[in-house]
Design a protein around this ligand. Structure first.
Ligand SMILES: N[C@@H](CCC(=O)N[C@@H](CS)C(=O)NCC(=O)O)C(=O)O
Length: 202
């Protein structure tokens, strides 16, 4: 299996999971500016949507969309805890948090802030929504060690990426203690440190 990644993009979530679960996945950099692969091919030849997250499976099929790739990687992991069994409340909670990060943070906030064509006024408004997001996540983390419950899951990998974005934007989370403590714990995980160091070296 191959995982395509742009350094610091949302593919970081899948990358962290690869390291967390020690999966045999080839990591391939996509150049953000040229959209070329290291062998010179256009990334669109592999992934016509032109975005990460995408992966090619061992049977050659293309799989896209961050959450779908995370589900697939979790199914390859030896331990069920990254994505609890279908039908359990834990599975649904994990999906709930993945959806929250995808829709309320990733595509609504980060996508807009980094979009060159989005009007400045709209970016200012969108950025002002961040504290409410932090407060909501903080409320959950006052009750649970990880975002979807008591074990590290694929929802944590996506949230870790979101917190990496928050850091790149220079936003502070210090008023939210449980979130701040969570971030420290997550960023101290060897998988997260290794993934960030690898992507920074590309
Ligand atoms: N719905 C997609 C969103 C993907 C997305 O927004 N990817 C961004 C990086 S976080 C990207 O590839 N940006 C480069 C571009 O659009 O040219 C998913 O969940 O995978």
């Amino acid at each position: 299996m191959k995982l395509y990644l742009i350094p610091s993009a949302c593919s970081l979530a899948a990358h962290i999971l690869v390291r967390e679960a020690d999966l045999n996945v080839e990591l391939i950099k996509v150049d953000l500016a040229t959209k070329k692969l290291p062998d010179g091919r256009a990334y669109s030849e592999i992934a016509p949507k032109g975005q990460v997250t995408a992966s090619t499976l061992d049977n050659g099929e293309l799989l896209t969309e961050n959450i779908a790739v995370l589900f697939h990687l979790a199914s390859l992991a030896p331990r069920e805890a990254f994505l609890p069994a279908t039908g359990t409340l834990e599975h649904i909670r994990t999906t709930e948090w993945l959806t929250y990060v995808a829709t309320e943070m990733h595509k609504q906030i980060f996508w807009t802030i980094f979009n060159k064509q989005a009007p400045r006024e709209y970016k200012i408004y969108i950025r002002s929504l961040l504290p409410a997001r932090f407060a909501h996540i903080n409320q959950q983390l006052e009750k649970t060690t990880f975002i979807a419950g008591d074990s590290f899951s694929i929802a944590d990998t996506y949230l870790i990426w979101a917190l990496h974005m928050v850091e790149l934007l220079g936003e502070t989370i210090s008023p939210w203690q449980a979130l701040t403590d969570y971030k420290t714990r997550m960023f101290n995980r060897p998988s997260v440190q290794a993934a960030l160091a690898f992507e920074q070296s590309l």
